[in-house]
Design a protein around this ligand. Structure first.
Ligand SMILES: [Zn+2]
Length: 173
């Protein structure tokens, strides 16, 4: 297979979309060294990651009910609140390039490859967000660094709860 920054495998969890990180992972896993791989594994946007599970538990504890990983919705949002027309994406800081975040590091080797890849990720996130907003969804982006400690998880869940009731279109935590 020829590997370029834009050659993505198609992910079964995101039928019709060819940019899912689960798919990407299978392509990239073979071409990076062990250190980079472990960094990728810790930052990959998988489903049911530890921070995501912690957030879901905290939301559930507040009495909120939701669906998860909806394949019918663009971008496979992690958490869906149908009654609020609201979606939550839990974003890994590395992959989604959290601005000014210490976890949004860049691997030392193949810098050009990574820069192109990151730029594509950011572009794609923007496109998905725009399309979802146009379709009437409200969107909350939760960066994984906001879910590192238990008290942060509680605060984040409370903020999402308030946001759901507020009717605001966007929330970034
Ligand atoms: Zn971050």
């Amino acid at each position: 297979m020829t590997l370029t920054p834009n050659s993505f495998a198609t992910c079964v969890a995101c039928i019709g979309l060819n940019f899912c990180f689960i798919g990407n992972m299978q392509v990239m896993i073979d071409i990076v060294d062990r250190q980079t791989r472990s960094r990728m594994m810790s930052g990959i946007r998988g489903k049911n990651t530890k921070p995501e599970l912690a957030l879901r538990r905290a939301l559930h504890a507040r009495g909120l009910r939701y669906r998860i990983h909806s394949k019918e919705i663009l971008g496979c949002p992690d958490i869906v609140f149908p009654q609020y027309q609201a979606l939550v994406f839990v974003h890994g800081c590395f992959w989604h390039r959290h601005e000014n975040c210490r976890y949004a590091t860049t691997p030392a080797s193949r810098q050009e490859f990574w820069q192109a890849k990151f730029a594509a990720n950011v572009r794609r996130d923007k496109t998905v967000r725009k399309a979802l907003l146009l379709n009437g969804w409200r969107i909350s982006i939760v960066w994984e660094c906001a879910l590192r400690k238990p008290d942060q998880v509680v605060t984040t869940a409370a903020a999402i709860n308030d946001w759901l009731l507020s009717g605001n279109k966007l929330l970034e935590l």
